[in-house]
Design a protein around this ligand. Structure first.
Ligand SMILES: Nc1ncnc2c1ncn2[C@@H]1O[C@H](COP(=O)(O)OP(=O)(O)OP(=O)(O)O)[C@@H](O)[C@H]1O
Length: 253
């Protein structure tokens, strides 16, 4: 069943040439769909367009059949809680002045009147914070610390906990493990897969790292110069009929 449908999406910054053009794909409920491509190919621009942080030139974006591309910020609000994002640099996503316990409950405080949660409950602040820390396999003793008192891997787990706290349908993960060492990367990728299955989430997983993409995704899209040049099931990554550019990426990992 289609969750996110994107049709002929294009974006040009100022008067330049299009950074992404004619992007068309469907993301199914419950799946992890990867978007892979080299630096500068337009992956983050697509993510920002989908999040409506960036204006699009033309194209359609629909979530559960509702068109989002023309909505005003006020009209978008009910949809915002359904699409969360996790970015590459967790330090930049967390307010340095907020303790972890306060950062964790920020999205919940913002959307609580509209939420209908199936997995998390918010009986008290302390219990809720502990529930979220446990969900991302962090010790509850971190609740009273500030972001700079955590490791990069721990900080990224906090941003993931924030994203899942309001049980969105879709999480856009833009290079979520790029700033982590190999061991933390692997642990975060495993955690993301477990959360997707346990909480019934769907991911658009953006990365330049084909090995990571291969580990967590069911389907893979390959982007080159702002266009999707190949789209296939993960098990067909090494198939003979892959696009020449996909084969080039494969040869480097
Ligand atoms: N706000 C902006 N204004 C003008 N040009 C931009 C802006 N953001 C990105 N670009 C340009 O758009 C192109 C695509 O950038 P984008 O960040 O989307 O690529 P990417 O595939 O995510 O790269 P990376 O993997 O390095 O993050 C680049 O040439 C970049 O310089």
């Amino acid at each position: 069943m289609t969750l996110l449908a994107v049709k002929e999406l294009s974006k040009t910054y100022r008067q330049g040439s299009p950074v992404i053009s004619n992007i068309t794909f469907d993301l199914n409920k419950g799946e992890c769909l990867a978007l892979v491509g080299e630096s500068g190919s337009g992956k983050s621009t697509l993510a920002r367009c989908l999040l409506r942080i960036e204006q699009i030139d033309r194209g359609k974006i629909s979530l559960n059949g509702s068109a989002l591309e023309q909505l005003s910020e006020r009209q978008l609000k009910p949809f915002r809680k359904n699409i969360q994002a996790v970015f590459q640099n967790p330090a930049a996503s967390l307010n340095p002045k907020l303790k972890i316990k306060d950062a964790l409950l920020d999205p919940y405080e913002q959307y609580k009147s509209e939420l209908n949660l199936a997995h998390f409950s918010y009986p008290s602040k302390e219990a809720s914070v502990n529930q979220l820390l446990e969900a991302v396999e962090l010790p509850t003793s971190l609740a009273d610390r500030y972001p700079h008192e955590l490791s990069g891997g721990q900080r990224q787990r906090v941003t993931i906990a924030r994203a899942i706290s309001i049980e969105p349908e879709l999480i856009i993960l833009d290079e979520p493990t790029a700033s982590l060492d190999v061991i933390s990367q692997d642990a975060v990728l495993r955690l993301l897969t477990d959360l997707r299955k346990n909480l019934n989430l769907s991911y658009l997983f953006i990365s330049h790292d084909l090995a990571a993409v291969n580990q967590v995704s069911q389907r893979i899209m390959v982007m080159k110069d702002g266009q999707i040049v190949d789209q296939f099931e993960q098990e067909h990554l090494l198939a003979e009929d892959r696009h020449a550019y996909t084969k080039e990426l494969v040869s480097t990992f």
